[in-house]
Design a protein around this ligand. Structure first.
Ligand SMILES: NC(=O)c1ccc[n+]([C@@H]2O[C@H](COP(=O)([O-])OP(=O)(O)OC[C@H]3O[C@@H](n4cnc5c(N)ncnc54)[C@H](OP(=O)(O)O)[C@@H]3O)[C@@H](O)[C@H]2O)c1
Length: 245
């Protein structure tokens, strides 16, 4: 087993499904001890087992990041963390701004922005006190560009891109590197149900295909590892070139 992250503990929010699973597995394959997290304990146990079956180390901590209490409880239960991946998010079906329910606005802001904000505020200072660490946020191609019918989701991802730069300024001097991975359309169980929205994007993506959770995981591993020691505040697109065109 490679060991770019041996001896480090990595907390991956939203790693019970989709991209987070690929991130958790990629970090574990590099020797990290991974804290798998989400609301669904059954899927969490499956991810832990998939890692253990390959000789990796992982445990599941249940957390609902829909409110601040959930973020605080997760930071407490995870214990000392060397790598924090703020991945959990509510993906939102395209709809006109005026038809978005206020409750959905609140939930999206809480899950996609506030949870990462609170977790980072709790965990980054502790990382710095122990000599440093790495935080990787999950942004999106939607965080760069305007997107009709996806204003709410895009706003939350643009906020993540912005937070990455502010946190790089705030925590970098203390030895905590903060960066973003910005995926384009990625093959996940959830996306399988919305391919009619995704096909037009693929048609104008230079790679002409969807990405995979494994490809996003590889980018997260790189930014979390010492190979990225001088990379702070960067946003790395893993989108087949979609944001570039
Ligand atoms: N898939 C794409 O094409 C794509 C493209 C660009 C960016 N991204 C970004 O990549 C990240 C992962 O997306 P994904 O496609 O893998 O999403 P997904 O398949 O919907 O998975 C979302 C994960 O977040 C967790 N989650 C959702 N709400 C939660 C809450 N209230 N509390 C705790 N955990 C919660 C879910 O776990 P539970 O259900 O167990 O709670 C699940 O593990 C997100 O930040 C997304 O914005 C995705």
């Amino acid at each position: 087993m490679n060991a770019r992250l041996a001896g480090r503990t990595a907390l991956v929010t939203g790693s019970t499904d989709g991209i987070g699973v690929g991130i958790a597995q990629a970090l574990a394959a590099e020797g990290a001890n991974v804290v798998v997290s989400g609301r669904n304990a059954e899927r969490g146990a499956q991810v832990v087992k998939s890692i253990a079956d390959k000789g990796g180390q992982a445990r599941f901590v249940a957390a609902d990041l829909g409110d601040g209490e959930g973020a605080r409880a997760l930071a407490e239960a995870a214990g000392p963390v060397d790598v924090l991946v703020n991945n959990a998010a509510l993906l939102i079906m395209p709809q006109p701004t005026g038809e978005v329910a206020e409750e959905l606005v609140d939930r999206a802001l809480a899950t996609n922005i506030k949870a990462a904000f609170l977790l980072t505020g709790l965990i980054a200072p502790a990382m710095a006190a122990r000599g440093g660490g790495a935080i990787v946020n999950l942004g999106s191609v939607n965080g760069f560009n305007g997107s009709a019918q996806s204003a709410l989701y895009s706003m939350t991802k643009a906020a993540v891109h912005s937070l990455t730069k502010s946190w790089a300024a705030e925590y970098g001097p203390g030895g905590v590197r903060v960066n973003t991975v910005a995926p384009g359309p990625t093959r996940t169980p959830r996306n399988a149900g919305v391919m009619d929205h995704i096909e037009p994007l693929i048609a104008r993506t230079p790679s002409r295909r969807m990405g995979t959770p494994e490809e996003v995981g590889a980018a997260v591993v790189f930014l979390a590892s010492d190979e990225a020691a001088n990379i702070h505040g960067a946003t790395l697109s893993v989108d087949g070139g979609l944001a570039a065109v």
